[in-house]
Design a protein. Structure first.
Length: 199
């Protein structure tokens, strides 16, 4: 089973992901961007305000392809639970917010374009827990340490997440991330326990 945790920066997603490690010691815990040299290139791009959005998209996509072949697919083949802190939905939501519609030929919808690129090679999640928090709170919590953590940008990202949830409501489980962090973690743990049991 491939389980992913998604949400805006500052939603508590990574903290919840870390808390799950104690509950599932035999699972593979991974994340995107990865710790590979592909992921290093992504991180450098994230901190470059002048990075070209399309070039950045393909850096993220290359990192995802390597992540699939090196970590995700081997673990799933072995029948191991995989829990990923960010996965394709992050790329869809964030990079679509970076790509203006006018950037693509014919004014194509960036979210649709990015999903089409991934459709031919990715492994979709079996379930996704979405930690839901408003963009202003997310930006305040995240500290605006890079170009992706500002409220105006996160507003567009949030809208993209809502589109993704609307298109695949059975896969997503929404958690109110405005709650105190211990309550968020407890909610995530409860949902994961149910999802794993259902499999």
């Amino acid at each position: 089973m491939l389980l992913t945790l998604e949400g805006l920066d500052g939603s508590g997603k990574t903290t919840a992901w870390q808390a799950l490690r104690d509950d599932y010691p035999d699972a593979v815990f991974t994340r995107e961007p990865t710790d590979s040299w592909y992921g290093d290139a992504v991180t450098r791009s994230m901190h470059d305000d002048d990075a070209d959005p399309l070039a950045e998209l393909f850096l993220f996509t290359a990192d995802h392809a390597d992540h699939l072949s090196r970590v995700v697919r081997p673990a799933l083949t072995d029948g191991t639970l995989v829990v990923s802190d960010r996965y394709t939905d992050s790329r869809f939501a964030y990079q679509a917010a970076s790509l203006a519609e006018s950037y693509l030929a014919g004014g194509r919808d960036p979210l649709t374009y990015i999903r089409e690129i991934h459709d031919v090679f990715t492994h979709p999640p079996d379930a996704t827990i979405y930690l839901d928090v408003d963009p202003e709170t997310a930006a305040e919590r995240a500290g605006a340490t890079n170009k992706f953590e500002h409220a105006e940008y996160l507003e567009r990202v949030s809208e993209n997440y809502e589109r993704l949830i609307e298109s695949d409501p059975e896969r997503f489980v929404r958690v109110d991330a405005t709650q105190p962090l211990p309550d968020v973690i407890e909610a995530v743990e409860g949902h994961v326990e149910r999802l794993v049991a259902d499999r």
